[in-house]
Design a protein around this ligand. Sequence first.
Ligand code: CDP
Length: 234
Amino acid sequence: MTAPAGALEAGDPNAGLAPVIAIDGPTASGKGEIAQRVAARLGWHYLDSGALYRLTALAALRAGAALDDEATIAALARALPVRFSGERVELAGEDVSKDIRAPEVGGAASRIATMAALRAALSALQQGFRQPPGLVADGRDMGTVVFPDALIKVFLTASPECRAERRHKQLIAKGFSATLPSLLRELRERDARDSNRAHAPLRPAQGALVVNSTHLTIEEVVDRIVREYRRRDG
Ligand code: CDP
């Protein structure tokens, strides 16, 4: 979460009705980068909802909790001591920005994300980030479940091969080792798990602007979303 004025923590989930732009899509579709740039252009807050699933997974792995222990994992999420400060993601004051990007944490996040009790806990937390002047939130269910009244809902896709290549570049840049074939396999598995789960499966929200970014630059996608916002905002 980058706040217009410094860091931001979750507040009262029922506090406000600041406008929301929801950007959902599959793994490595570019939604994080795009959502951050849209937020920067509008001077709004940014919420990386996937980071909350990753933080919960990291907290569970560190606590030695079984990844199928729904009650324990939901309890960890309810008390998640998270703080976003620019690019920095903190868990109980510790900078875990890099730790949460490790592939094994992403895999664990995708697995625990199937749990209804965890999703309910994190939805309430996410709603607390809806603060003026507005919020750009990215994830899987921002437009379908967490912010159903979002002003604009975007569903961002790209071909699996293109997404695997983007993720490969990202991981190498962050100092993780990864190979393209294994990333493509993991990405297809993650897509299947995210799309087929019973609770909040990945799918475009009704009325969503569906954008396939395979042949578009990040700036072109950002422009399209900001233009849509200006058009609707009158
Ligand atoms: O980096 P990537 O797009 O793969 O994942 P992420 O956005 O950091 O989210 C990590 C995992 O959390 C995803 O694989 C999803 O299963 C889950 N997630 C979710 O279920 N709902 C969200 N709103 C965000 C993430």
